[in-house]
Design a protein around this ligand. Structure first.
Ligand code: SF4
Ligand code: SF4
Length: 97
């Protein structure tokens, strides 16, 4: 009688370096692809902390007299600028990439 099934594939026969590019972990931070960045006018900031509250990636940190953005993590969505009651945050274009 003819055999109906094949042996199971032996995954241990696949070489470790078959696709080296796909196995290198590349951390893609938003700061690498963001097109806009938030810039704060420190004279206008009243430290209400709404930017800190609304930032979806929690990259706003408190400084003694204003709030600052971690630009490696900020994705440039502009929510902080939209929510700031003092209009202290402007979104400016990223340059030099
Ligand atoms: S929302 Fe505006 S005023 Fe409030 S802390 Fe942030 S930058 Fe300052
Ligand atoms: S632009 Fe978006 S991600 Fe960046 S600090 Fe403002 S709310 Fe957060």
């Amino acid at each position: 009688m003819q055999r109906q099934s094949r042996d199971h594939f032996d995954a241990s026969t696949i070489p470790d370096d078959l696709a080296p590019i796909a196995t290198v972990l590349s951390k893609m931070l938003p700061g690498d692809w963001r097109s806009l960045r938030p810039v704060i006018d420190r004279r206008k900031c009243v430290k209400c902390s709404l930017c800190w509250l609304y930032c979806p990636v929690q990259c706003v940190t408190e400084k003694p007299r204003w709030f600052e953005f971690d630009l490696a993590v900020c994705k440039g969505c502009g929510i902080c600028a939209q929510e700031c009651p003092q209009r202290a945050i402007s979104m400016v274009e990223e340059t030099g990439r």
